[in-house]
Ligand binder design. Structure first.
Ligand SMILES: Cc1ncc(COP(=O)(O)O)c(C=O)c1O
Length: 483
C-alpha cells in the first residue's frame, strides 16, 4: 500500500470551501510578503471517498487492543473503557489554555489534586509529583531526587552507585546512568529474585540506592522485599521501586509499607491509557517523607476550597515538564480509579494474576518456563527446548491473529517470550491463544519452515526491524522532475 500521494488525480478535492467574493490577491494581502509561499504546497488531491478508504485501510493493517489479543509483556495492553476518553475530551478540559489564570482553572486543578491524593493512598506514600510524562521520565526524576537528597546531606561525592537487579526493566539502568550514577548489577538467584548474599556484598557507603522493578520482569514478586529495603536503608541508601507493573498488586499491597522511598506509576499501563507508539503517557512519582522537600515544583495545593500552584519548596529539583504534565492522561486515570473504587481496583490485580497463571500452566506442556513458580501479572517462556527462535514463534502468531508477546527480554532468559495477558481478556480468548501457541509448538517440530518464513498472511512480511527503527523513512520520496 502506498501513501496518500499515490491516490487521486490533479484537481480532485475532498472538501468544499465556503464561497467568498474576495479575490485571492486581496486575501493574500493579509499575509506579510516574507511569509508567503513561493509555490503552492504539494497536497494530496483526492476525493472524500478515497481519503476515507485510504486511512481506514491503513488503520486495519495495525493490530490494536480494540481489534485483538495483545499479550505484549511489560506493556499491560489491556482494554481501556471508551468512557474515559470521552471524559478527557470534555471541552472544559481540552479548551483550557495552559496559561489560564488559576481562578478559571479550578476544575482541572481539583481533578489533578484528587488524583494525586488517590495515588498517594494507593501507594501508601505521603508525597507526589504528577509531572513526569512517561515511566522512564519518572525514573529519571526519581534518580534526580536521590541525587539532590544526597547533595543536601553533603554525601553526593561518596554516594555514586545505584544497585540494579538483573531482572529490572531496561529503562532502569539507563535512567540511573543518565542521572550520573554508576550502575552495578545484582544477580538473581535460582528463583528469579534478588540474591540476598550478593546484595549484602555489594552494599556499602558508596551506595545511593537500589532500583527495583516490582514485580520484576520475570513477573515474580520479591519475597524478600522487606529484608532488601531494610538492608539498603541500613547502609544509608534509598529504595526506588519501578511501579510500572502495578497491575500485579493494585489495591492489595502498598509500596510505602514495603520500604519504598520512590515509586513511579505508569498511568498509561495501569490506569486507562493504552501504552505504546511513544505516548502520550504519564509517570507520576510518589515519595517517602524524607524526599518531599526535593519534589518538582509547582505542587498543586489545596487552600480551603481553592486550589493553587505552590513553588514553596526551596530545595526542589525544579520542573521536569512544562505546565502540569500530560493532563488528559491523568484525567483518564482519575475517571478509571473513581469508576472502579477500592473493590474494582483489587479485581484488576486478581484478574491480571489469574490470567497470567492460567496461561503459564497451560503453555508449559509445550514451552519451557525457566522460572516456573506462581507468577504475578506476566511470565516468561522460552523456545529453546523447541529448537526454534522466539522471533519465529512471535511472527507465526501474527498469522493466527494475535499480537506477539515481547521477545528477547528479559535478557536473563534465552529465546524469551514475555507474556502478559492482562485482566480484561475472557477465558475464551486465552484458550484461543493457547491453541495457537500449541499449534505453533507442533509446527516447530513438523514444519519448521512455516515458522522461519512467517508471517504469511500479514500486510508485510519480515522487516529489517533494526533499520526500520534506526533509519525510518517518514516522508514520501517524489520523483525529481515533479519535486
Ligand atoms: C516495568 C517497566 N518500567 C518502565 C517502563 C518505561 O515506561 P515508559 O515506556 O512509559 O517510559 C516500562 C514500559 O513499559 C515498564 O514496563
Amino acid at each position: 500500500m502506498g501513501t496518500i500521494y499515490r491516490v487521486g488525480q490533479r484537481g480532485r478535492q475532498a472538501t468544499s470551501w465556503p464561497a467568498t467574493r474576495r479575490s485571492p490577491e486581496e486575501l493574500l494581502g493579509h499575509i506579510p510578503k516574507g511569509l508567503r509561499r513561493r509555490e503552492p504546497p504539494r497536497l494530496p488531491e483526492v476525493s472524500q471517498g478515497e481519503l476515507v478508504r485510504h486511512y481506514t485501510a491503513l488503520s486495519r493493517m495495525n493490530h490494536g487492543v480494540d481489534t485483538g489479543f495483545y499479550p505484549l509483556g511489560s506493556c499491560t495492553m489491556k482494554y481501556n473503557p471508551k468512557l474515559h476518553e470521552e471524559i478527557a475530551r470534555l471541552p472544559g478540559f481540552t479548551e483550557l489554555h495552559p496559561l489560564s489564570p488559576l481562578e478559571s482553572a479550578q476544575g482541572v486543578l481539583e481533578a489533578l489534586w484528587r488524583l494525586g491524593e488517590l495515588l498517594k493512598r494507593i501507594a501508601g506514600m505521603p508525597g507526589i509529583t504528577l509531572q513526569p510524562a512517561a515511566g522512564a521520565h519518572g525514573e529519571l526524576t526519581g534518580m534526580l531526587l536521590i541525587k539532590r537528597y544526597f547533595e543536601d546531606r553533603g554525601e553526593s561525592e561518596r554516594r555514586r552507585v545505584i544497585l540494579l537487579p538483573d531482572s529490572a526493566h531496561g529503562t532502569n539502568p539507563a535512567s540511573a546512568a543518565m542521572a550520573g550514577f554508576r550502575v552495578i548489577p545484582v544477580p538473581s538467584n535460582e528463583g528469579g529474585t534478588v540474591d540476598l548474599r550478593a546484595l549484602e556484598e555489594l552494599l556499602g557507603e558508596e551506595v545511593a540506592g537500589i532500583m527495583m522493578t516490582v514485580p520484576n520482569t520475570l513477573g515474580i514478586f520479591e519475597r524478600d522485599i522487606l529484608s532488601i529495603t531494610e538492608m539498603v536503608h541500613e547502609v544509608g541508601g534509598l529504595c526506588y521501586f519501578d511501579g510500572a507493573n502495578l497491575n500485579a498488586f493494585l489495591g492489595r499491597a502498598r509500596p510505602g509499607d514495603m520500604g519504598a522511598d520512590i515509586f513511579h506509576f505508569n498511568l498509561h499501563k495501569t490506569f486507562s491509557t493504552p501504552h505504546g507508539s511513544g505516548g502520550p503517557g504519564a509517570g507520576p512519582l510518589t515519595v517517602s517523607e524524607r524526599l518531599i522537600p526535593y519534589l518538582p515544583v509547582p505542587q498543586i495545593v489545596r487552600e480551603g476550597d481553592r486550589f493553587v500552584l505552590s513553588y514553596d519548596l526551596p530545595k526542589s529539583i525544579g520542573r521536569v515538564h512544562p505546565f502540569l504534565g500530560n493532563v488528559l492522561v491523568m484525567l483518564k486515570a482519575l475517571a478509571y480509579i473513581l469508576t472502579l473504587g477500592d473493590e474494582g481496583l483489587r479485581e484488576v490485580s486478581t484478574g491480571a494474576v489469574l490470567a497470567a497463571n492460567y496461561l503459564r500452566v497451560r503453555l508449559r506442556e509445550a514451552y519451557e518456563i525457566p522460572y516456573d513458580g506462581l507468577c504475578k501479572h506476566e511470565f516468561v517462556a522460552s523456545t529453546v527446548g523447541l529448537g526454534v527462535k522466539a522471533r519465529d514463534v512471535a511472527k507465526r502468531l501474527i498469522d493466527y491473529g494475535f499480537h506477539p508477546p515481547t521477545v528477547y527480554f528479559p535478557l536473563i532468559v534465552e529465546e524469551a517470550l514475555m507474556i502478559e495477558p492482562t485482566e480484561t481478556e475472557t477465558v475464551e480468548t486465552l484458550d484461543a491463544f493457547v491453541e495457537a501457541m500449541l499449534r505453533i509448538a507442533r509446527e516447530a517440530v513438523e514444519n519448521p519452515e512455516a515458522l522461519a518464513e512467517a508471517p504469511h498472511n500479514a500486510p508485510v512480511r519480515r522487516l529489517d526491524e533494526v533499520r526500520a527503527a534506526r533509519e525510518p523513512i517518514l516522508r514520501e520520496e517524489f520523483p525529481a522532475s515533479t519535486d
